[in-house]
Design a protein around this ligand. Structure first.
Ligand SMILES: [Zn+2]
Ligand SMILES: [Zn+2]
Length: 336
């Protein structure tokens, strides 16, 4: 099979690899049908990653199940499924506690699309081995479009987790979103749908701000701290200085969620945070635990994740189109 391989800054190419095979009765082989770059893939493609190439890229897709082991009960060949970005067994203590990004059955950081916890391939490959099929795969609800939901593996479901539980605890909260890519726009959509009273989206990219306004957010190109301005802040820029502005804009006992991936160090205003009473969470997302909730919100019709999809592109064009700067291109395979 071919796997799309990140080889150098702004360069990906098809490389031949052996077809993956079932290695146990609980495994599945799937074929991605709609795959999209995570926001962090854009940073990797720009040369800001911390893993040396070459490696198979991609950790967001909806796939079709091709083959299942004898013990797999929840999915069958032909089913459309969401493949979570991280590898998790579903039965260790951490998985049962919902900490699926910290599964004890696999190496630390085991994931698709970056060889930092073993090599599991990428979701821009033609075939993918899923080692714990019943624990990992989530059937795509009938009626949901694989193109719109390709990001449920990570960014869409992450966006749900960054804001939905906090809005439930603080109905009508004011939400600040400081972002650069799809995650922040998904957050705007979800925050409005779940009753945020005000949403301010901050991003220097005009095209992103325009979309945020479609989702009912006010927008700004840059942010001066707005002390006591917001109950919830979401930062998804990978820049510590932007995270600092977000926490400085919180109301007393406000919550800041950060999507992380700050590859460079920086300083946070800890004294301000102390005086305000800030809860800051910065965490790799235990995505498998809340993919079903994020899909349910998408199926409710209250949100429009497909509006964030900037381009629908043929799978064969991946090597040329992926390195281009697009907000959220989705690559589709006609033959899967
Ligand atoms: Zn990701
Ligand atoms: Zn586990």
């Amino acid at each position: 099979m071919r796997e799309l391989t990140y080889v150098a800054r702004r360069t990906v190419e098809w490389r031949e690899a052996p077809d993956p095979e079932l290695q146990g009765a609980g495994e599945a082989i799937v074929a991605p049908v709609a795959a999209t770059p995570c926001d962090v893939d854009s940073a990797i493609l720009a040369g800001h990653g911390f893993v040396e190439p070459p490696f198979a890229l991609g950790h967001e897709c909806v796939a079709r199940v091709v083959e299942t082991g004898d013990a797999v009960a929840s999915v069958a060949p032909g089913d459309l499924v969401v493949v979570p970005w991280s590898i998790n067994c579903g039965s260790c203590d951490r998985c049962r506690a919902g900490l699926t990004a910290h599964c004890e059955a696999v190496p630390h950081m085991a994931m698709y699309g970056a060889p930092i916890g073993g090599s599991w391939g990428g979701l821009f490959s033609e075939l993918v081995r899923v080692p714990y099929a019943d624990a990992m795969l989530v059937p795509l609800p009938t009626g949901l479009d694989p193109v719109a939901m390709a990001s449920a593996s990570d960014n869409w479901s992450l966006a749900w987790r960054l804001v939905a539980p906090h809005l439930k605890a603080r109905p009508g909260a004011r939400v600040l979103v400081v972002a650069r890519g799809s995650i922040g726009l998904y957050v705007c959509d979800i925050a409005r749908a779940l009753g945020a009273s005000d949403v301010l989206y901050v991003d220097p990219e005009p095209e992103h701000r325009e979309l945020a306004r479609v989702f009912g957010a006010a927008t700004a190109e840059t942010l001066e701290p707005l002390p006591q301005g917001f109950d919830i802040a979401v930062e998804a820029t990978g820049r510590v200085a932007q995270l600092a502005l977000a926490v400085k804009s919180l109301a007393p006992e406000g919550i800041c969620e950060s999507a992380g991936n700050h590859f460079r160090p920086g300083e946070l205003p800890l004294l301000d945070m102390y005086l305000t009473g800030v809860t800051l969470r910065i965490a790799r997302d235990n995505v498998r635990a809340h993919i079903p909730d994020a899909l349910a919100l998408a199926a409710s019709g209250k949100v429009s994740p497909k509006a964030v999809v900037s381009h629908v592109i043929d799978w064969e064009d991946l090597p040329t189109a992926l390195p281009e700067k697009h907000l959220k291109p989705v690559f589709v395979r006609a033959d899967a």
